[in-house]
Design a protein around this ligand. Structure first.
Ligand code: GLA
Length: 375
């Protein structure tokens, strides 16, 4: 394959990571989420090679692998499966459209950090192949094949938020997405004097995939029990917290907690958006703190490192809100910080984290950018 940087590629794609302001773990229950695409991204450079083999080279890992188009199967290496899975699902939708290609991948997105490097990779591959072979996939099809790849080849039964944000993200806007109907609105990302800073814990506890799927199952269990009395609900986020309370002594405590979290978090997203529209940044931040409390105590997807970082911000008057972000069990917190105090914040929280966990913290400043695009 051609690894010469001066070679002209047929198609170059930039595929961003995403943040999520609020609405965590509600996408697969049909709730509302508030993500955005960011300026940290994966760049994928494609060239047709007129064979039946695809060769993919990762500049970050400094290695490559081959995919035989007439024998697609799961790999033992996780990152390969994001790519093989997308090819597989495009083949299901549009058979025989993908021919051999070479692809070089470079990423400045931290892996396993809750900024969805996985969706960036999947959607970048789908978009690139769509352009390279003129397949005619719609944005929604790019989103769907990417999500399906993650379900069947990687094994995470994710919702649709990440892929949606990576494809539909828009510079300086948040995406208010209803994950039941896929209706979405662009909300100006106007935080006034406040900035978004991510803090990467640099831990990724290996519970992430297994517990993620367990949470999905627990939500389904709750819905099945609620359906015995209220058969009209098809998704857990359609249910109100008031109705969930009726099941307090019926559902096992853990299942009740999960359901209560989902229904409350869904509401929080809508309340938080109202605050943002009214330029009430402090009110917005309060919803983030409440979201974190729910993720910690009711949904139980946080961890000591994330909780430490959020707790540290309590009492700092230049922080209006903070919470864990993404699937949990490690990754990043998202923090809304006054623009004049960002350095002070990083300089005080980094040594405290190092002392507590003996791990370096990585602050990441993000700008809100456009979704996946051909350059
Ligand atoms: C991961 C999944 C998403 C979503 C988040 C939690 O990023 O891929 O679908 O469920 O976790 O909000």
């Amino acid at each position: 394959m051609n690894m010469n940087p001066k070679k002209k590629y047929d198609v170059i794609i930039e595929s961003p990571g995403r943040i999520n302001l609020i609405g965590e773990h509600v996408d697969y229950s049909g709730g509302h989420v508030l993500p955005a695409a960011i300026d940290k991204k994966i760049t994928l450079s494609f060239t047709k090679n007129n064979t039946k083999t695809c060769t993919v080279y990762s500049e970050n890992f400094k290695n490559h692998f081959d995919i035989k188009l007439d024998n697609l199967k799961r790999s033992d290496v996780e990152w390969h499966n994001y790519i093989i899975g997308v090819i597989f699902h495009i083949n299901v939708l549009k058979p025989d459209t993908i021919k051999g290609f070479d692809c070089t991948i470079h990423s400045n997105l931290p892996l396993g950090s809750g900024v969805s490097s996985s969706a960036a990779l999947e959607c970048g591959v789908a978009k690139g192949l769509n352009e390279l072979f003129d397949i005619g996939l719609t944005d929604l099809e790019i989103i769907t094949v990417s999500k399906d790849a993650e379900h069947t080849f990687v094994g995470t039964k994710c919702g649709i938020m990440d892929q949606f944000a990576v494809v539909k993200g828009s510079k300086n806007h948040l995406l208010l997405l209803n994950c039941e109907t896929l209706d979405h609105q662009l909300i100006p990302a106007d935080f006034g004097d406040y900035r978004i800073i991510l803090l990467n814990t640099n831990v990724s506890h290996n519970l992430a995939t297994s517990e993620y799927n367990v949470r999905r199952d627990e939500c389904n269990t709750a819905l099945e029990a609620i359906n015995k009395k209220y058969p009209q609900y098809t998704l857990l986020a359609q249910v109100t917290p008031e109705i969930i309370q009726e099941f307090k002594n019926i559902l096992p405590q853990k299942i009740f907690n999960r359901a209560l979290y989902i229904t409350k978090e869904n509401r929080r997203t809508l309340y938080a958006v109202e605050c943002l529209k009214n330029k009430d940044i402090k009110g917005f931040g309060e919803w983030l703190y409440k979201s974190h409390r729910g993720l910690t105590s009711l949904f139980e997807v946080s961890c000591d490192e994330l909780d430490f970082l959020v707790d540290f911000t309590h009492g700092l008057n230049y922080v209006v809100g903070a919470r864990m972000m993404g699937g949990g069990f490690g990754g990043c917190t998202i923090n809304i910080i006054h623009k004049d105090s960002c350095d002070e914040f990083i300089n005080s929280i980094s040594p405290a984290y190092l002392e507590k966990f003996n791990i370096n913290l990585t602050p990441i400043t993000v700008a809100i950018s456009n979704g996946v695009s051909k350059i």
